[in-house]
Design a binder for this molecule. Structure first.
Ligand SMILES: Nc1ncnc2c1ncn2[C@@H]1O[C@H](COP(=O)(O)OP(=O)(O)OP(=O)(O)O)[C@@H](O)[C@H]1O
Ligand SMILES: [Mg+2]
Length: 490
């Protein structure tokens, strides 16, 4: 009330000053000077009185309240959601009244305090959160949070503290969020409702970077790259580049390409969009699908060489190439997605319509891919996943058998150098076949498999060698026949 009346006085004085300024033009000079002095003195007195009044108000009412409603107009208020999560997680360990809920798309049971008033501390300053302060008095069904703090900490609380609350709330939400695996629906099934472009299920692949067997240095490099990308929003903005990154995973079947994608999603807490190119009819559909993916997600095209003819069409250049490219669909019957459509999808104007996106392509035949598709900027990091090395084997032994060392490791190390066995095959041999783990028999079964693989490779190499020799002999024989015939004719 008091504040309202002072606001009224303020506007009255402002009006008076304006009227006086207009009238002044008609007064003689002497009178004008005296009037100005009078107005200045009154204003000084007014500001003194106002300061005094402010002090009185803050003395009798020293606390500030900020309300965060659940809805702002028709839209849900994102600040409310983040605050709800943050406040819910406030020292649940100390509280005696708890409530549990399993929220949609959340992977864990959410335990929150079942109090209406909670205190929190930031930089030594105490604040209070009240849920639904008006619930007892108001008939409105909308929930809201009220933050109460002493007015002397206004700057700290409205600035750094609220930033901290929103950031923490969002981080907890992301941690609890159940990741989703999306796959695109054939466009014949698309309804007018946009969400129908993709179907999704809970993503429950438990692969992590700890469980992936590969060169530790390479693994660390990938992790660092992902971390700097995921935290690099401002950096990308500064560079004027869309916030996106491409990874090309290549290597023989069973070397961990799909496992790596799952580990990336789990590490970053991103959803996966598994794009099945063969069901996409044309570039327009491809663009639509892209615009319907969420930010901070991984868009995957597995076995890109099988989904699209990307075997160097653009290398030839010229308008003819483009013509050929357009005529070179994924699937002769239904799809007209072209290489240029894919290039535009990853790197064109449309690719920047969301942020924090990761594109991952996998292939077993990296040499077959058009250089334009995998150049840096499109596929920024090329990751080779190869046959099982000794380092990779040690990781698998640790994960599968809890073994850090064993007498048989040395022999396995030598055999791995002499053979090409995929981590998938090594893992299969290390998997205990009985309920009770018996590391010795698992390692022995691996040694046996390695020796068999070595023998197979040896006999295959010998076979290839004899076929080559036979071919060369045959060639020589025909050459001599032709020579003899030619001599005879001559
Ligand atoms: N590097 C690895 N580390 C740990 N496990 C692995 C690794 N590679 C393969 N595996 C195991 O083998 C299985 C098959 O691997 P994955 O599907 O990732 O291979 P891929 O490279 O995607 O093969 P493809 O080229 O046929 O798609 C996985 O379920 C995983 O258990
Ligand atoms: Mg795979």
């Amino acid at each position: 009330m008091m504040i309202d009346s002072w606001a009224q006085i303020g506007s009255t004085i402002a009006g008076l000053v304006f009227t006086l300024a207009t009238l002044q033009q008609f007064f003689p000079h002497q009178l004008r000077v005296s009037l100005q002095q009078f107005v200045l003195a009154s204003l000084q007195q007014f500001s003194f009185v106002q300061k005094l009044c402010d002090k009185l108000v803050s003395f009798f009412k020293p606390y500030i309240q900020i309300t965060f409603p659940e809805y702002s107009g028709y839209w849900s208020n994102q600040a409310f959601t983040a605050i709800e999560t943050y406040v819910g997680a406030l020292s649940t360990t100390k509280a005696s009244l708890l409530k549990g809920s399993l929220i949609k798309n959340s992977k864990a049971l959410l335990l929150t305090r079942d109090d209406h008033k909670l205190s929190d501390e930031f930089d030594g300053v105490k604040v209070w959160w009240i849920l639904d302060p008006s619930s007892s008095t108001s008939s409105s069904e909308d929930k809201c949070f009220q933050l109460i703090f002493h007015r002397q900490h206004r700057d700290l609380i409205t600035g750094p503290y609220l930033d901290h609350v929103l950031e923490q709330g969002k981080a907890i939400e992301a941690r609890n969020k159940q990741r989703r695996l999306y796959t695109n629906n054939p466009s014949d099934n698309w309804s007018s409702y946009k969400k129908n472009l993709w179907s999704d299920i809970a993503f429950e692949n438990p692969a992590t970077f700890q469980t992936i067997a590969m060169d530790p240095k390479k693994k660390e490099e990938i992790i660092n790259d992902l971390v700097s990308f995921s935290k690099g929003k401002e950096y990308y903005m500064k560079l004027g580049k869309p916030w996106k990154r491409g990874y090309l995973l290549y290597g023989p079947p069973g070397t961990g390409k799909s496992t790596m994608i799952a580990a990336m999603a789990n590490f970053l807490n991103y959803d996966i969009y598994d794009l099945e190119l063969t069901t996409v009819k044309n570039n327009t559909e491809l663009r639509k699908l892209l615009t319907e993916t969420s930010s901070k997600s991984i868009i995957v095209i597995e076995d890109i060489d099988c989904s699209l003819d990307v075997t160097g069409e653009r290398k030839k250049g010229g308008s003819k190439t483009k013509e050929k490219d357009e005529k070179n669909p994924v699937n002769e019957n239904t799809s007209k997605v072209t290489l240029s459509g894919i290039l535009n999808f990853i790197d064109g104007t449309w690719s920047a319509c969301g942020t924090g996106r990761i594109f991952v392509f996998t292939t077993n035949h990296v040499n077959k891919l058009d250089p334009a598709l995998i150049r840096r900027g499109r596929m920024d990091m090329h990751i080779e996943l190869s046959y099982c090395s000794f380092e990779a084997f040690k990781m698998l032994a640790k994960n599968y058998l809890d073994l850090h060392s064993h007498d048989l490791f040395e022999k396995i190390g030598i055999l791995l150098k002499e053979t090409e066995m995929t981590p998938a095959d090594v893992a299969e041999n290390l998997m205990p076949k009985r309920e009770k783990k018996d590391p010795d028999s698992c390692l022995e079964s691996l040694i046996q498999a390695l020796e068999e693989a070595k023998e197979k490779a040896k006999s295959k190499a010998e076979k290839e060698k004899t076929t080559k020799i036979k071919k060369e002999r045959g060639k020589k024989f025909y050459a001599s026949l032709i020579k003899k015939r030619w001599l005879f004719q001559a």
